[in-house]
Design a protein around this ligand. Structure first.
Ligand code: HSE
Length: 339
């Protein structure tokens, strides 16, 4: 089990304030938030790079209750897979840690989780729920913490699901856009500029890959040559994003660490990659732990063509696949209604 260290998320600053909730600011009764899917790793940034897309995403409703304590009252769209018990639920763990940190363990709050994205998909489903839960409760409490200060709580929530401490899904889901995690241990997380015409084509083949399993098949050590290639590409990608240099972005989108091992979990991976590159993708790889795949593209038209070509490859197997074509989502999690 991971414990939340209030210094995390603030590598250069003060610890996250405790007991920060101001009762006079708690005027809301109910808040609904939308929390988007994310693409982690982005080829060359294993565990340190991710971006948010517009759709799909989860919705969470939280409301104040006269009955003390935090409860999850309803979960929809999960085919009965997710536990209502907060201690065992990704969003529940994030909220419990947050409330404990704020000294509000007894406050009456009810939560409904509406899963609107596939489970075990590589689209950051557990991260989206953890972020939605903590963000919604923080908003309901009058925002005692900033978005950034929620990072350690949402990483703890996601870690409860996949057993590893990494912020490459929760970072972009919470902060929006493209985020680079300089250090997962310190939660030193940075937004990277989004080139204007950068689009993502994401395709989810209808099979399940558990992140835990996809992490277990990774080698514990990498060759020096591999580390050199990967760091060159990661630096190149970040530089390309800063400079709007699509050719440099394309040259950098290679994964020498995870893709060679994980591609076997995804039927027809290399055919899908060839189809994406022939349709004009800048680069193509696995989204997070898979089985979803993604391509970055210059312009919507190319992204639509890439998504279609990749979906057709999966359909030929046949595996049902769902395409999502999206700009990089600069907003991340946000409130859709409150009362
Ligand atoms: N970086 C993580 C992995 C993302 O690839 O295992 C999974 O959610």
């Amino acid at each position: 089990m991971f414990t939340v260290d209030p210094w995390r998320g603030n590598p250069k600053g003060l610890p996250i304030p405790r007991f920060g909730a101001d009762m006079s600011k708690m005027s809301l009764k109910e808040v609904t938030v939308f929390s988007p899917a994310t693409v982690a790793n982005v080829a060359c940034g294993f565990d340190v790079l991710g971006f948010a897309i517009e759709k799909p995403g989860d919705e969470i409703v939280v409301r104040r209750s006269d009955k003390p304590g935090f409860r999850i009252t309803k979960i929809t769209g999960d085919d009965g897979r997710l536990p209502l018990e907060p201690k065992l639920n990704t969003a529940g763990v994030a909220v419990l840690d947050l409330l404990r940190h704020l000294g509000l363990g007894d406050i009456g709050i009810e939560m409904e989780i509406h899963k609107k994205m596939p489970f075990g998909s590589g689209l950051g489903s557990s991260a989206a729920s953890a972020v939605a839960g903590a963000f919604a409760v923080n908003h309901l409490l009058g925002e005692p913490l900033t978005r950034r200060q929620l990072l350690p709580f949402v990483v703890a929530g996601e870690a409860a699901a996949d057993g590893a401490w990494h912020a490459d899904n929760v970072g972009p889901c919470l902060l929006g856009g493209i985020t680079l995690i300089r250090s997962n241990a310190e939660l030193d997380v940075h937004n990277i500029p989004i080139p204007n015409n950068l689009w993502a084509a994401v395709v989810h083949p209808d099979i399940v890959v558990l992140t835990k399993v996809a992490r277990e098949i990774m080698p514990r050590h990498v060759q020096l040559e591999t580390a050199i290639q990967q760091s060159g590409n990661l630096g190149g990608l970040i530089s390309g994003l800063y400079q709007n240099d699509y050719a440099l972005i394309g040259r950098s989108l290679h994964d020498a660490i995870a893709e060679p091992h994980r591609q076997r979990l995804i039927p027809e991976f290399y055919r899908a990659k060839r189809a994406a590159m022939s349709a004009g993708a800048l680069g193509f790889s696995i989204s997070g732990a898979g089985p979803s795949v993604f391509a970055l593209c210059e312009g919507e038209k190319v992204a639509q063509e890439v998504a279609k070509a990749v979906t057709e490859v999966f359909a030929s197997v046949p595996i049902k696949a769902t395409p999502y074509v999206s700009r990089i989502n600069p907003k991340g999690v946000h409130v859709i209604s409150e009362k």
